[in-house]
Ligand binder design. Structure first.
Ligand code: AMP
Ligand code: ZN
Ligand code: FE
Ligand code: FE
Length: 284
């Protein structure tokens, strides 16, 4: 081993199956070249990439965790729960994922209407074309807004309009995070709270209080993604302490989205032993 970053697992990765910009096969090629032992595929509200990822991981000699980043909602804020080792055929999970994808399409129409009302002439058809077969996400809409000349880049679209609470933001109707944890566990999976340090835009207060995280732990949450690029040292320390107090596993994930975000594949890595401890907590 030469570099400290060698090995490990990036447990939070997006592809063109949701709002990442790289195809599944390319992401696994990049994972191999950056020295990862494996990744978790965690596209938003879909399991569509599973078969392609299996084939590509085998070709690259990588280990693979099949998962999703499941949309939940708390007081109007987006809360994301990572579900690993889920059964994609579980009827209740599959039904909720179908519903969430439909909800994303309706919500994208409403967001587009808001942009038009703000004087930015973005077309829903263009958003749908950018998303292709993927569930429509805000990054697809942001790309269409940039194309339409509504902002210089996607970062600016989020900062000015599309971040949670922004003038073009429309929440998804999604289940409470406790229900999300229960559903992922019922499908045989392991639930981990993604980027738990998310903050409300108005007062900058954390959306997820210690009390909420304790409630999630009671519902069977297995881990906290303490090591995420959006977290500063204070947030990381908070979640490490909380994980110790609540007997949760501390995980790391880059939230890689290709060119759609600055996050680099493998910039956050979970050790194999930690992943094994996590997987031993599967529901079902
Ligand atoms: P959605 O699931 O459609 O609500 O979109 C969520 C995705 O939008 C996240 O995974 C990020 O890729 C992106 N996103 C959300 N909030 C922001 C933000 N404030 N700045 C940049 N990207 C964001
Ligand atoms: Zn995303
Ligand atoms: Fe997320
Ligand atoms: Fe993500």
């Amino acid at each position: 081993m030469s570099r400290a970053s060698d090995g490990g697992f990036d447990l939070h990765v997006h592809t063109t199956c949701s709002d990442g910009t790289e195809e599944v096969e390319r992401v696994l090629e990049l994972a191999a070249s950056t020295g990862l032992e494996g990744i978790a595929l965690t596209d938003h509200d879909t399991t569509a990439g599973f078969e392609r990822a299996r084939v590509a991981a085998e070709r690259r000699g990588l280990d693979l965790v099949l998962g999703t980043e499941f949309s939940a909602e708390l007081d109007g804020w987006s809360v994301h729960v990572l579900g690993y080792d889920i059964d994609p055929t579980h009827p209740d999970l599959a039904a909720e994922l179908d519903r969430l994808r439909d909800e994303r399409t309706d919500r994208a129409r409403r967001i587009v209407e808001r942009f038009v009302a703000l004087g930015i002439e973005v077309a829903f058809e263009r958003v749908a074309a950018i998303a292709g077969a993927a569930p429509i996400g805000r990054p697809h809409i942001a790309a269409a807004v940039v194309e339409a000349g509504g902002a210089a880049n996607e970062r600016e679209v989020f900062d000015r309009y599309l971040a949670d609470g922004g003038p073009a933001y429309v929440p998804k109707h999604a289940v409470h995070p406790v229900a999300a944890v229960e559903l992922l566990r019922a499908a045989g999976g392991v639930a981990v709270l993604a980027h738990p340090g998310i903050r409300g835009p108005v007062d900058g207060e954390p959306v997820l209080t210690d009390a909420v995280i304790e409630e999630l732990a009671g519902a069977g949450l297995a881990g906290l993604e303490a090591d995420h690029p959006d977290h500063d040292a204070g947030a990381r320390a908070r979640f490490r302490d909380l994980a110790r107090a609540l007997d949760l596993v501390v995980t790391a994930g880059s939230d890689y989205h290709g060119d759609a975000k600055p996050n680099r594949l493998g910039e956050a890595r979970t050790a194999r032993g930690v992943l094994e401890a996590l997987r031993s907590r599967a529901g079902g």
